[in-house]
Design a protein around this ligand. Structure first.
Ligand code: IDP
Ligand code: MG
Length: 151
């Protein structure tokens, strides 16, 4: 499996509930490398582009209010199978159904406040990374434990 990149957004409830360190720590301990990270406010315009696939759905307007309601933390994570591993670590979209041990299953209760977004495919990751980061905001570096993360 080749190293790949995925995009993660810690949503406004994660920041307000002071869960960012807990969540980033889970990814770091798993072996995923943080190669870009910043705090920002999602504007309505960015929110609409980012969640374009959900435009017209009944939860779209509540989703726009939610995602623009406060600062978020955006990041790019790199590692073997990063897209799928992050999705599994997040748990189901509806936190009420997310398994214990997952981020949503441990840290959230409802679908409308589910603390985290992670790309659902390599193609989505590419699109989302370019929405939030310029190429020169992504760092290339080796983590000292890399030799111990694969055979
Ligand atoms: P995902 O975040 O697990 O990929 P999506 O289906 O892509 O889930 O939905 C994007 C986001 O929209 C969810 O994370 C959640 O914040 C919100 N959302 C999705 N479905 C609902 C719903 O039925 N009610 C309220 N919010 C929803
Ligand atoms: Mg999605």
């Amino acid at each position: 499996m080749a190293a790949e990149r995925t995009f993660v957004l810690l949503k406004p409830d994660a920041v307000q509930r002071a869960l960012t360190g807990e969540i980033v720590g889970r990814f770091e301990r798993r072996g995923l490398k943080v190669v870009a990270m910043k705090m920002l406010r999602v504007t309505r315009s960015l929110g609409e582009t980012y969640y374009a696939e959900h435009k017209g759905k009944p939860f779209f307007e509540p989703l726009m209010s939610y995602i623009t309601s406060g600062p978020v933390v955006a990041m790019v994570l790199e590692g073997d199978g990063a897209v799928a591993s992050v999705r599994r670590m997040m748990g189901k979209t509806n936190s009420a159904e997310a398994e214990p041990g997952t981020i949503r299953g441990d840290l959230a209760l409802t679908i409308g406040r589910n603390v985290i977004h992670g790309s659902d495919s390599a193609e989505s990751a590419k699109r989302e990374i370019s929405l939030f980061f310029k190429a020169d905001e992504i760092q290339a570096y080796a983590r000292i434990d890399e030799a111990w993360l694969r055979e």
